[in-house]
Structures are given as C-alpha cells and as structure tokens.
Design a protein around this ligand. Structure first.
Ligand SMILES: [Fe+2]
Length: 488
C-alpha cells in the first residue's frame, strides 16, 4: 500500500521545526532546526534538517499559521507589513527554497491555535478532551479553549469554545518580564520561573495593573526600577498563575471533558502546572507544547486522525545500543557522564538521549555539574527517577501521578539527601520513567541494582550558548570543550 506523507512546518518566528507523519498515523520524524544549524532558536528551516527526510515522497506540506492574518495583526499593532511573507507560498519559498517545488506539493495552512490544540489532542490518549492553548500570540488569539473529540469515523473535530485576543496575553506578559530582568524573551522564561522562588511577590498589584492597562512591561514605572529581579519574577509568577487558573476554571466550567489537553508556550511553566489537577482529572501536555510543536499540530490536522504517539524521541538518530553498562561504570567512578544515543528529543527537555547525567547523592555534585554547565547558582538540576519509586522520593501533585516529560514540579521528601536536584523551595522538576524499553529506563534499572538509588540527576547536554547536542560530531566537540566523556 502506498502511504501518504505529510510534512508539518513551523517557522519564521522562533524555533523553526518540522514533523513528518505517514498516512497510517506514524510519526516518522520531528525535530528542531536549531539542533542542525547550531543557532539557538533558529527561525529558519536549515537544509541539514530537510536532509533528514529527503528519501520520503512527501505529498503535502502543512503550515502552522495563516501568514496573511499574522501580517494583518502586525499592521494593527503598528509593526508594519512584511510584503514578502503575505502568502503561504511566499513563506514556504523563503523557508524551503527549491525543495518546495521539486516535486510540486500540496500546501495546506491552519490557524496557529488550532495547530496547538491538534498537536496536543491527536497525540493524547483521549477520545474526548478540553484543549486549552495559552501562548504569547497566534495570529490574533492569545488564549483559546477547544472541545475536541473523534467522530464516528475517527476524524478529529474541534469546536472553539472561547478565545482571548491580542493585546491581552499571558505569554507576552511573561516574556516581557523575562526581558525586563535581563534575560532573552521567548527563550529564557524558564530561568525567570526558577528565579521566582528566590524572591517575594511584593509587586502583585502592580503587575496586575500593568496587565489591565495592556501596557505589559514596556514602560518603566518607579516600582519596576527599584524592585529586585527576584521580586519581579516572584510577582509575575503569582499573577501568571492567577491568570492560568482563571482560564482553567473557565475551561472546567464548560463541562466538555475531565481530560485536559494543554498546549502553547505557557504550558512549559512547570511551576504553574502543579495545580492543573485541581481542575481536571487527567492531564496531557505534548512534550513540545510551544510553537515548534505546531509543526506536528499542522501535520496532524492534514492527517485528520489520531497519531501513534509513543515517546518524544523523534529527532536525529545516533545509532547503536544505549551504552548502559559503561554509563553505570562511569557514574560510579566519576559521578558524572554524558550520553548521546538513539533519537534526539522533540521539545526543550533532554529526557535521557542527549543528557548530562550524574549521581544525585551528596552536597558537592551540584558544583561538579555546574563546572560544566556554568548556570546561575539559583537553578537546580532535574531528577530522572524509576516511576515505581517516585512516590518514595517526591510528593507528586494531584493529576501528576507520573511525569514522563518533566512538566510539573513536585516536593522532594529528602532534600537533605539530594540537594542537587532540589530548588530553594525544595521542589524538583521530576521526570518519571516507566518500564517502556527506553535506554534511560535500562540505565536507571542498572544504576538502582548497583547502588540502591533509583534516581539520577539529568540536565541537557549542550555546549554553553548552543542548542542541545544533536549528532555524534556535537558530542565529540562537547568532550573536547569540557574534557568529559560522552557515550553513544
Ligand atoms: Fe504559539
């Protein structure tokens, strides 16, 4: 049987990505352009990314937003119109060059927030779900709530139940705060979130007022100039959580489903995510909920049916067996080791295939890892733990019995034993690993057998200032730069 192949594309703003799916719902590939070009948050699709799937006869290209609507919004918001990116044909020619036309391919476009909803729903295990999308901005939408279900013939259907439009935007507010405290917006929001625990929410009222005026944080009121970055971050986190939970309450009250599918860049706020279980019984956040994930969402919409989701290992492949035994040996002797094996993770988190791993026990390990990562002192590292042991070590929040993609914080029960993976408020961004046959699962089992510790410290493997390691050549550069072995 000849399969259809659909390529989803998300590009032109930040973090360009592609996703390739086959007509039977198999996700063949999903990956970020930055991992190939080495430009962090690369907005352009690079040729090396396209080369990953050159052997597939792609019939359809699905694009993740409506370019002319986006240009209209730019016009309305006073940013002017980019006449070279008005039609989807222009946008794709700019992004894909001659690759687009040889052979000619069918092109479809979908609205930005619908792509987010589909990226979540069609990878979720649910037949019916309430989809909540919260991001900085789509074409005009900044928050949307959808009722999603499969009809009698298995086609995904979406009913838009509510929307909020630009300029009111939770994501833009959080990005503006991130910029205000000297970090990179649309990239380093996770650092703002980590900083929040070190401050006091002294400026909640002031932050609310900024939002009410739709002024975000572009102006410079006195309080903002006098406040510490930590207090600004703490205050913004409180206000952001208020806004997220008011959307969740609204979505819950619609009584569409007790299953929540949550997407958009704001869904990466794992601190806010800890309370989602108060509104919904089941929670699914596809591990790449931001705009890069919309490449998969657009492809899903063109496909129209449920996708076969197994895990987030969808990117470039470094072939060979996951080197379990040598990793355990290195962890025992050196306490820290790199691994680059199997397929790269789709999404911003290293989940064991492009990871720096360390023994999480003891007080000095954080400094040892930080010698390589050179991160801000306030940022903890994440734990990866055998799922069956997670409740011995962490109080998992309601709705987060397991957390395979590191999407919620949980309180650590033994911060005295594992200070390196605990934040100042004793929370950790937990990754649980089921008996799923993955390399990281086999490693944790072997590590547990050898040491009695069911957990490792896990942080992304990247050269400072660069995206995550993608291929073996990147891994070798990492070793050269830091003198630390990276096993494949
Ligand atoms: Fe988005």
């Amino acid at each position: 049987m000849k399969h259809q192949y659909i390529l989803g594309v998300s590009a032109g703003f930040h973090d360009a990505a592609t996703a390739l799916i086959r007509g039977d719902g198999e996700i063949i590939f999903a990956g970020h352009s930055e991992r190939y070009s080495k430009n962090k948050n690369d907005a352009m699709i690079c040729p090396e990314l396209l080369a990953e799937f050159c052997e597939y006869p792609i019939d359809t290209i699905a694009y993740y937003e409506r370019p002319w609507l986006k240009q209209l919004r730019n016009f309305v918001s006073g940013q002017g119109i980019d006449w070279s990116n008005i039609t989807v044909q222009q946008v794709l020619e700019n992004q894909l060059g001659s690759w687009l036309q040889h052979p000619p391919r069918k092109i479809q476009t979908y609205s930005h927030h619908l792509c987010h909803a589909a990226a979540g729903f069609q990878t979720s295990p649910y037949d019916r779900a309430t989809c909540v999308v919260i991001d900085a901005i789509g074409e005009f939408d900044t928050v949307s709530i959808w009722g999603a279900e499969y009809d009698g013939s298995g086609c995904a259907t979406y009913k838009k139940l509510w929307r909020q439009t630009y300029p009111r935007s939770i994501g833009l507010f959080y990005s503006a705060v991130t910029q205000r405290i000297g970090l990179h917006p649309l990239d380093e929001e996770y650092i703002t979130m980590g900083m929040a625990a070190y401050g006091e929410p002294r400026y909640v009222e002031e932050c609310r007022a900024l939002l009410e005026d739709n002024l975000h944080i572009g102006i410079d009121p006195d309080w903002l100039r006098l406040a510490t970055n930590e207090d600004i971050a703490a205050s913004a986190q409180v206000v952001t959580e208020e806004l997220i939970y008011s959307v969740m309450r609204r979505a819950q009250d619609m009584n569409w489903s007790t299953n929540l599918v949550y997407q958009g860049g704001v869904a990466l706020n794992c601190l806010a995510n800890r309370k989602l279980g108060e509104y919904f019984e089941n929670i699914w956040i596809m591990p790449c909920p931001g705009d890069a994930g919309n490449s998969l969402g657009a492809a899903a919409l063109a496909h129209g049916r449920r996708l076969r989701w197994t895990d987030a290992y969808l990117g470039h492949e470094i072939s060979g067996e996951y080197p379990v035994r040598t990793l355990v040996d290195h962890l025992q002797s050196d306490r820290i080791v790199g691994v680059a094996s199997g397929r790269a993770e789709f999404g911003p988190r290293a989940l064991g295939n492009r990871s720096l791993l360390a023994d999480p026990r003891g007080s000095d390990i954080k400094d040892l890892v930080n010698e390589i990562k050179r991160r801000q002192r306030f940022r903890p590292f994440a734990p990866v733990v055998l799922a069956e042991h997670v409740h011995e070590l962490f109080d998992m929040p309601r709705g987060w019995h397991h957390s395979p993609y590191m999407q919620s914080v949980a309180s650590c029960r033994r911060p005295d034993l594992y200070p390196a993976i605990c934040h100042v408020d004793n929370t950790s961004r937990v990754q649980t690993v089921e008996a799923d046959g993955s390399g990281i699962r086999s490693l944790l089992e072997a590590w547990y057998e050898r040491t009695g510790c069911p957990m490792l410290l896990n942080t992304s493997l990247n050269i400072r200032g660069e995206p995550m390691v993608n291929d073996r050549a990147d891994a070798d550069r990492f070793t050269k730069e830091y003198g630390l072995i990276v096993l494949s």
